[in-house]
Write a protein that binds this ligand. Structure first.
Ligand SMILES: [Zn+2]
Length: 137
């Protein structure tokens, strides 16, 4: 299975994590019942931008996903939240849940996030990891 190396906590890593947590707060405003999410910041990987574990409220985000201006961090964070909170896998036809990252507008990312929140029903705990593949254009 794919694995990313966690960065050791430092003031710099803490700042990176704050950017992710700010987007999780934004999602919590949309869905007040959103559970607490554990966030780990990871070293960069040539192919993987971020990881989520289904139904575990746990996401891992690479430094590249946070710092690269060609990537939209909101889209990445919302995608991983849909995996980890709602237990939904990849959907090729969905701009948010397709396996390869594609930046979305804030409005579109929020609309799709709300769509999955409303349609999600509690699922059996599955401990499967999912990867988001992405390349910088
Ligand atoms: Zn994914």
């Amino acid at each position: 299975m794919n694995n990313l190396t966690h960065k050791t906590m430092s003031p710099e890593v803490y700042q990176l994590r704050r950017r992710v947590i700010a987007l999780i707060y934004e999602a919590q405003k949309l869905i007040p019942s959103l559970p607490r999410i554990m966030v780990r910041i990871t070293e960069n990987d040539p192919k993987i931008l971020a990881l989520a574990t289904y139904n575990k409220n746990y996401i891992e985000i690479s430094e590249r996903a946070i710092t690269c201006s060609d990537l939209d961090l909101r889209t990445i964070v919302y995608h991983e939240l849909v995996h980890t909170v709602f237990g939904i896998g990849h959907i090729e036809q969905c701009p948010l849940m397709r396996p390869v990252h594609q930046p979305l507008s804030k409005e579109e990312a929020q609309r799709l996030f709300l769509y999955y929140a409303q349609k999600s029903i509690p699922q059996k705990k599955r401990i499967i990891r999912s990867v988001s593949l992405g390349s910088i254009r």
